[in-house]
Design a protein around this ligand. Structure first.
Ligand code: ATP
Length: 624
């Protein structure tokens, strides 16, 4: 070789090559004592040339003892060349994974083992990373996959923190961790805004980003972070749906191969996130089906109740100019979502009016749900209105959907609102104002879109003054008051209504009544009708039953004289109602229930009549 370039000092060149070779080079004798270590070794292990000379190979290779070194000596003597992988110790005690090529040589009559040692830290890390890819991706799914992912990346790259995230919405401004591993431990998941973090670039640009150093200088929020790597997670439509973020408190060096491996991880994470989203959608759909089923069942039972207990829905019959103007106001308000309060005495057709408003409103294809606040015992009204969860109170053996929820999209008719207990009035107010409420025994707020029509035969204004009705609820209900006039203020309707009821009842019981004599109409118009249209309806039903011919006969039921003391003034309403009930009870010899009972005449359930008698302090034998 010297012949090739005479000007070069080949002895020096060989020496230089040995000292600066890529590999660390050790010469050791049969006892394992280091005779020589090149400069590369001095840099890698941190010992000086002199310090090396005082060492035995077993000092830097803790896996070796004199016996195992003797075996290697023999083997290398025989085979001349041996390759092995091991872990060596630096002077500071840190470990270096190494690949060693051992050459057995004789020099100036003495035998040596010459080791060429390569630092394979990078290679080992990549191998670990690759192994973890296959382990993580082969047998974990869903949440376990994300956990295994962050744990494996952190361990194999020996980085401080790894997260895998998903975007909380399409704006991509906020990320939620699906798994979060920091300082050797899995952490609680968090949500954070991307602004001021390197993740923002990754998610916004759907691009990987490696920042080897100075992350904390570029991003003030990333205190203590030196190196960062982020890789986007892309959906099957190539939309960024999250990212994998690696944060390190020292310089972060990643080879191209490692970056490629991390991208593989992100592809797998995309599949998992999409699977998770699909699962959530399935669960939501199942819940929706469940709640629709509940609702249908509830609506069905409700409808059956309605069919059993409620009256027919007939047209409102009137020719009274005054009442027509009430109807035209009703038509105007029907098209809006405004709360309507219908005022008027019992039996004047308040419910009929409420139904008519609902029927011509844009909500008519959804149900009109009725709650009679006077019929239900106070302790049941709340659960009736708002529903309850299973076990909410003793006796709540199953979940119940409240009438408010049932009326979602439709109209809720709150009859006899004046009877609503004070403690429930505030809950009703919240439901009216916010459109939301909680089922009894649940903290989940339910939002509904319900139009409320309330009705009362009480003077609510007066009850507000007396403190038995909340003023705020009254003003909330009284947005659009309608006055359902008593029959005595529209006597011109009596002939029409009589004809209407005669037709209805004669068809029902199979009689042919073709005429209504003038004297019958006169006597009907001469009466003051304290029970209003319901009373007229009942009188006509009885008359149709009693009539033996083709003309309507009244029998002797209608009182000949009209009480002059009764007025429609709301201030005397209680008194008026009281007197009326007493007069009917006197007529039925104080019989409340049965065909001949007062309840039937008054068009009430016997229990309702009894509770009203109690409220009005009506006792047997009392006179009006
Ligand atoms: N204008 C009308 N035309 C035909 N029928 C009517 C009319 N007004 C009321 N009725 C009938 O009179 C009866 C009583 O009416 P409704 O129940 O609507 O009265 P209400 O004011 O709601 O009574 P309450 O206050 O006791 O609940 C019902 O059978 C109803 O169909």
């Amino acid at each position: 070789m010297k012949d090739l370039e005479p000007s070069i000092d080949y002895t020096k060149l060989s020496e230089f090559t040995v000292e600066r070779a890529l590999a660390s080079i050790f010469w050791m004798d049969e006892s394992g004592r280091l005779q020589f270590a090149n400069e590369t070794a001095q840099v890698l292990y941190g010992y000086s040339a002199k310090e090396f000379k005082a060492l035995n190979i077993t000092d830097i290779n803790p896996n070796f003892d004199s016996k195992s070194f003797a075996e290697l000596w023999e083997r290398s003597k025989k085979e001349k060349k041996v390759r092995l992988e091991s872990t060596h110790l630096r002077k500071d005690g840190t470990e270096i994974p190494v690949e060693i090529f051992v050459n057995h040589l004789e020099f100036e009559g003495k035998a040596y083992n010459v080791s060429f040692i390569l630092d394979i830290t990078e290679r080992k890390r990549k191998e670990r990373l690759l192994r973890s890819v296959s382990e993580t991706t082969s047998d974990t799914l869903g949440g376990d996959f994300f956990v295994a992912l962050v744990e494996n990346i952190s361990r194999s790259l020996e980085v401080q923190m790894t997260i895998v995230t998903e975007c909380t919405d399409s704006s991509k401004a906020r990320l939620r961790t699906l798994a979060y591993y920091k300082e050797g431990r899995l952490q609680e998941n968090i949500e954070y805004d991307t602004v001021g973090t390197p993740c923002q670039f990754v998610v916004d640009n759907s691009d990987a980003w490696l920042i080897e150093t100075d992350v904390n200088k570029k991003f003030q929020r990333e205190d203590g972070v030196e190196g960062y790597f982020g890789v986007p997670i892309l959906s099957s439509e190539n939309d960024c749906i999250g990212h994998i973020g690696i944060f390190h408190d020292a310089k972060l060096m990643l080879s191209d191969e490692e970056i490629e491996i991390l991208k593989l991880f992100s592809d797998r994470a995309a599949v998992e996130i999409e699977r998770k989203i699909a699962n959530q959608k399935l669960i939501e759909a199942a819940k929706e089906v469940e709640s629709l089923k509940d609702r249908l069942e509830a609506e069905n039972t409700y409808l059956q109740e309605e069919i059993k207990f409620e009256h027919n829905f007939q047209e409102i019959i009137t020719q009274s100019a005054k009442f027509r103007s009430v109807l035209s106001s009703s038509e105007q308000v029907a098209t809006t979502d405004a709360t309507v309060l219908i005022l008027g005495e019992s039996g004047t057709g308040k419910e009929l009016l409420a139904r008519a408003i609902h029927n011509i409103s844009k909500r008519s294809d959804r149900p009109l749900v009725k709650v009679n606040c006077a019929v239900l015992p106070a302790n049941l009204i709340e659960s009736e209105l708002f529903g309850h969860e299973k076990g909410a109170f003793t006796g709540a053996i199953a979940k119940k959907i409240g009438r408010f929820e049932l009326a979602d999209g439709g109209t809720l008719f709150l009859d006899e609102i004046g009877e609503l207990p004070l403690e429930l009035q505030s809950k009703l107010l919240r439901a009216l104002q916010e459109g939301e409420f909680d089922r009894l025994g649940s903290t989940n707020t339910i939002k509904v879109d319900v139009r409320v029509i309330a009705a009362t035969n009480r003077d609510l204004q007066k009850e507000v003054e007396e403190g038995s009705f909340r003023a705020d609820l009254f003003y909330r209900l009284n947005v659009f008051p309608l006055y359902s006039m008593p029959l005595r203020e529209r006597k011109e309707d009596i002939p029409l209504l009589t004809r209407h009821f005669v037709n209805r009842f004669s068809a029902k019981i199979g009689k042919k009544i073709v005429s209504i004599p003038k004297r019958v109409i006169n006597s009907l118009q001469g009466y003051h009708w304290p029970g209003n249209i319901r009373e007229l309806e009942n009188v006509i039903e009885r008359s149709v039953i009693l009539s033996s011919g083709r003309a309507l006969e009244l029998g002797d039921w209608i009182p000949r004289t009209e009480s002059q003391t009764i007025t429609s003034d709301f201030d005397t309403l209680h008194e008026f109602e009281r007197k009326y009930i007493i007069s009917v009870l006197q007529k039925t010899a104080w019989r409340v229930s049965g065909e001949k009972g007062a309840a039937k005449i008054l068009g009430m359930k016997p229990t309702t009549l009894e509770s009203r008698m109690k409220r009005l302090q009506i006792k047997r034998g009392i006179s009006g």
